[in-house]
Design a protein around this ligand. Structure first.
Ligand SMILES: [Ca+2]
Length: 467
């Protein structure tokens, strides 16, 4: 969603920047549970197209597919199956029955059943906070608000028409309308009274129907705009074994985490901000060492993580969080290389070769501990802002070089990895590790047997796993 409130986010991206100096980077080893599953976000894809793409999605290692909202929304002026131009119309519900621009109920069932046959689970994107803008509602008879809506035809179901102005006022955030800047509330998204038992019942009926037809999980759009006590009641119908998470774009770590008692996981925009700072010119990749320790990312167990999602992709909003084309695969590789968090990969990024390799790395490293190795323990000149080394036990390592130049050293140590050779998953070459005469481990082969050390090309992520 959030097409409608871009003005706010232009203001709210001033997170506290915490600069870590090299000496404070913790060399902490982890023994935490295995990383959760990978989510392929089939953003604004017609359900029949997703079904056709299932073998490719399966081959790339995804465990979940998140579909765009499948309920009835306003019609689009573009062809929803081939264009993303009016993607945000999907986030303007007319009714809580299936059958929208991306496919009818049978299409939804078909993709769920086909996904299940491949062992892939399916997540529904659910918008309960608001309905479509009144001016977008089909209304041949010129019915006044809200009589033109198929559902909720009485004003009693809506909060009074007023736009959110102050995002620091919790009651305003939950009870006023999301509006475009300069647009009156009449151009805003009518905010539903989720506190009403009748509205909660409609929401529960919809969620139950989604589970009845086979959905395995849910994403709650605009979760920050629905009072937590209302959601707790609505969510009571979710079976215990189902996965769900809330979209909360907190202005701070603490604000985001205040929702964790309601949603088992939250979308992690703090990490997006931290990643963007690190990849910016003048940024330092070493600031990506355990960022949740300093509240610059949510704890991984609580977080759905990404470098970009559909909201930061969308033109005209969240410009501070958009990555350069060269950085995006590297930032996404980080998301996939770390141990914790549930990675969500936008469809536009999912088949990038670096992202595919990083997804494989993620799978192969499941259950391995994580350790951010200081560059100076690997090679002379490697403890620099452009480089990051993520060890996964003694079985793998990810190396990221964000600079425009090649990092090339003829001698390098590899302290943690066991002796043997490692396959690089994208570029298909071997790195071999052996013990030197001094008992320390060195990279004795890098690609050809003629050279050791490390050579990482410009703006490159390398992902090595034990062969
Ligand atoms: Ca609300």
């Amino acid at each position: 969603m959030y097409k409608s409130i871009r003005s706010f986010y232009k203001k709210c991206t001033t997170f506290v920047a915490i600069c870590l100096i090299a000496s404070t980077i913790a060399l902490t080893s982890y023994t935490l549970p295995a990383k959760a599953d990978l989510i392929y976000h089939a953003f604004d894809e017609c359900f029949a197209n997703v079904k056709a793409k299932l073998p490719q999605i399966k081959a790339a290692g995804y465990d979940y597919i998140q579909l765009s909202p499948a309920n009835k929304t306003i019609s689009r002026e573009d062809d929803a199956c081939t264009s993303d131009k009016y993607w945000y119309f999907q986030y303007q519900p007319l009714d809580y029955v299936l059958g929208g621009n991306l496919g009818n109920e049978q299409d939804v069932k078909d993709v769920i059943n086909a996904a299940h046959e491949q062992g892939i689970k399916v997540i529904a994107d659910v918008v309960l906070n608001h309905l479509a803008k009144y001016k977008n509602v089909p209304n041949e008879d010129n019915k006044p608000f809200p009589e033109a809506y198929p559902i909720y035809q009485s004003r009693e179901y809506f909060h009074d028409g007023a736009c959110i102005q102050n995002y620091n006022n919790p009651s305003e955030v939950t009870d006023k309308w999301l509006c475009d800047q300069g647009d009156g509330y009449e151009g805003g998204l009518p905010d539903l009274k989720t506190e009403l038992p009748y509205v909660q019942q409609q929401d529960q009926n919809y969620l139950k129907h989604l589970f009845d037809i086979g959905f395995d999980g849910l994403r709650f759009d605009a979760a920050k705009h629905i009072p937590q006590e209302d959601m707790q009641k609505i969510l009571a119908v979710i079976p215990e074994d189902k996965f769900y998470y809330g979209e909360v774009i907190g202005q701070s770590y603490d604000e985001s985490m205040s929702y964790i008692s309601v949603y088992p996981k939250l979308s992690d925009f703090q990490l997006v901000n931290t990643l963007k700072d690190a990849f910016n010119i003048g940024g330092d990749l070493r600031s990506l060492v355990n960022p949740s320790d300093t509240k610059r990312a949510l704890p991984g167990k609580d977080a759905v993580i990404f470098a970009r999602n559909h909201d930061t992709w969308a033109p005209g909003q969240f410009d501070n969080w958009k990555f350069d084309d060269g950085d995006l695969p590297l930032a996404t590789a980080y998301v996939l290389a770390i141990k914790e968090g549930t990675p969500l990969i936008l469809n536009f990024d999912a088949f990038n070769p670096t992202v595919v390799a990083a997804s494989q790395f993620n799978k192969k490293m499941l259950g391995q501990p994580q350790y951010f190795r200081k560059g100076n323990e690997i090679a002379q000149g490697a403890n620099i802002p452009n480089l990051l080394f993520i060890e996964r036990g003694d079985k793998g390592i990810a190396m990221i070089n964000k600079s425009g130049g090649t990092f090339d050293v003829k001698a390098a140590k590899m302290p943690a990895l066991e002796v043997g050779c490692y396959d690089e998953l994208q570029y298909n070459f071997k790195m071999c590790v052996d013990k030197g005469g001094d008992g320390q481990k060195y990279i004795t082969q890098w690609g050809s047997p003629e050279r050791g050390g490390i050579q990482i090309g410009p703006r490159t992520a390398l992902l090595f796993v034990k062969d």
